[in-house]
Design a protein around this ligand. Structure first.
Ligand code: 6PG
Length: 237
């Protein structure tokens, strides 16, 4: 595991954008699962502003680690956020964008997306393998859309599951631990003082860390990176 700490969220975004560029330049086709959340949004803006020409977008395939069950134009849509801050500004073939259809019946869509992963991604250990999975960390310890009250979804034998937000009841489609932990690389992007306690619990295996889905992230044969700003890292420095 590598823990990278930068002074500000913008610096996290800059450094991570360079890391992503390196990965995108390696290999013939690169499969990346994106995340929703406030830190990825800044990364997307950084990629759009300063990495448009640096990244060979035509060989980058984009997927989502989770999606809210809403239409793509809805303000909650992770795809919609990505489209607004990144996709609309770069030259990427439409065929390389593999969004989760939040507007469809969730159970049917979870099955469709699992089949799409099975068809599109190379396999390792007979499970689809992303080159990179980007994850956020919720203040309750959730990651992707696996929340603490639904830890069983992390251990599902399926590649995708339908989850429910604990407070709003909003349905979401999420990748499971099976496919997330099979990635070649996983990067957590975590910023802000609100995340400090959970980052500390997870990285130092303290408190209730076992109840946090994010503590189950451990790529089977890959690399795990934590990109933190100083605020999120306040408990570990
Ligand atoms: C989502 C996310 C989720 C997110 C965390 C952190 O769609 O909700 O994928 O896992 O990354 O909740 O979000 P913030 O960066 O906004 O705190």
């Amino acid at each position: 595991m590598e823990i990278k700490i930068y002074p500000t969220r913008l610096e996290v975004a800059r450094q991570f954008a360079s890391f992503l560029t390196e990965i995108a330049r390696s290999g013939d086709e690169v499969h990346i699962a994106l995340s929703g959340g406030s830190t990825p949004m800044v990364v997307f803006e950084e990629l759009a502003a300063n990495f448009r020409e640096e990244i060979p977008w035509s060989k980058v395939h984009l997927y989502w680690g989770d999606e809210r069950c809403v239409p793509p134009a809805h303000p909650d849509s992770n795809y919609g956020m990505t489209d607004k801050h990144l996709l609309s500004a770069i030259d990427i073939p439409e065929a390389n964008i593999h969004r989760i259809h939040g507007e469809e019946v969730p159970e049917t869509e979870a099955l469709r997306y699992a089949s799409l992963l099975r068809e599109n991604l190379p396999k390792k250990y007979r499970v689809p393998r992303f080159d990179l999975v980007i994850l956020g960390l919720g203040e309750d310890g959730h990651t992707a859309s696996v929340f603490p009250h639904q830890m069983q979804l992390w251990d599902s034998p399926a590649y995708c599951e339908v989850a429910r937000h604990p407070f709003t009841g909003q349905q979401r489609i999420t990748l499971t631990g099976k496919v997330i932990n099979n990635a070649a690389r996983i990067a957590f992007l975590v910023t802000g003082v609100g995340k400090g306690e959970k980052v500390q619990d997870i990285l130092q295996q303290k408190g209730d860390f076992k109840t946090y889905p994010a503590s189950r992230v451990a790529p089977r044969s890959g690399e795990l990176y934590w990109y933190l700003d100083q605020e999120a890292a306040s408990g570990i420095i």
